[in-house]
Design a protein around this ligand. Structure first.
Ligand code: URA
Length: 236
């Protein structure tokens, strides 16, 4: 397989993007800097920015979602996260893993692996998601207790959330389900409405803070393994 096709299939963007990555000296094949897009990499080890990239039948990406963008397929009136993804990923049927509200930022995963996507979003699997919330109000020990007990949100009782106070008006919360507006509704319930919300971790995979808002990158092998492990899927 050609190097540029390998990079595109692995989620690094278009052939043009792949050519730029190569030109910028970011790719090594068997320890040597790659210079040509048409290099045959069959059976060889390819590294991008020092990370080995294994050929995957499925695509796995993380995005640092920016505010103002919908987590939806396509929308006539508003930009969506799908508008920012490479054509090759869209053609292969990539989907977001769960949703983030329009105003919410941070870690959004995407994959073509339907089974993994289903498991990561199934409430039965208790996959942990970590958020940082800036709230209107001062967080208290009692809020920690209320989160721990499981808040009654009217139409359902939220599973216990682990709240820690980072600053008087900034909390970190770990939840294991993702119902509509769930984190916002949990803070609202304790009388501290959310002003800003950012997801920073899913199942041990951390938001890569070097990604600018709207940017994405393929997951590393270790990150893919963490996701599979979190929902009891074998690493093939
Ligand atoms: N909780 C929310 O309220 N919104 C999100 O986008 C994610 C979790």
């Amino acid at each position: 397989m050609r190097l540029d096709k390998f990079l595109c299939d692995s989620g690094f963007g278009t052939r043009k993007d792949a050519a730029l990555i190569i030109k910028h000296g970011r790719v090594q094949i068997e320890g040597l800097s790659a210079v040509k897009a048409n290099t045959d990499i069959t059976g060889k080890k390819v590294f991008v920015d020092g990370q080995q990239i294994e050929y995957e039948d499925e695509i796995y990406l993380m995005m640092n979602k920016k505010a103002g963008v919908l987590t939806a397929a396509r929308d006539k009136n508003a930009p969506t996260v799908m508008d920012e993804l490479p054509q090759v990923a869209l053609r292969r049927g990539i989907s977001p893993v769960g949703r983030l509200d329009k105003d919410v930022t941070g870690l959004l995963l995407f994959t073509t692996n339907g089974e993994l996507n289903h498991r990561l979003t199934s409430p039965k699997r208790n996959v942990e998601k970590r958020y940082i919330a800036k709230v209107d109000g001062v967080l208290s020990q009692n809020d920690i207790k209320l989160f721990e007990e499981g808040l009654d949100l009217g139409d359902f009782i939220a599973k216990p959330g682990k709240l820690s106070i980072l600053e008087p008006n900034v909390g970190q919360v770990i939840v294991t389900e993702g119902k509509f507006h769930q984190v916002k509704r949990m803070f609202e319930k304790v009388g501290k409405p959310v002003l800003e919300l950012k997801r920073v971790e899913t199942a041990g995979v951390l938001l890569d803070e070097s990604l600018l808002p709207g940017q994405f990158r393929p997951l590393t092998q270790d990150e893919i393994s963490l996701l599979k492990k979190a929902c009891q899927m074998e690493d093939e």
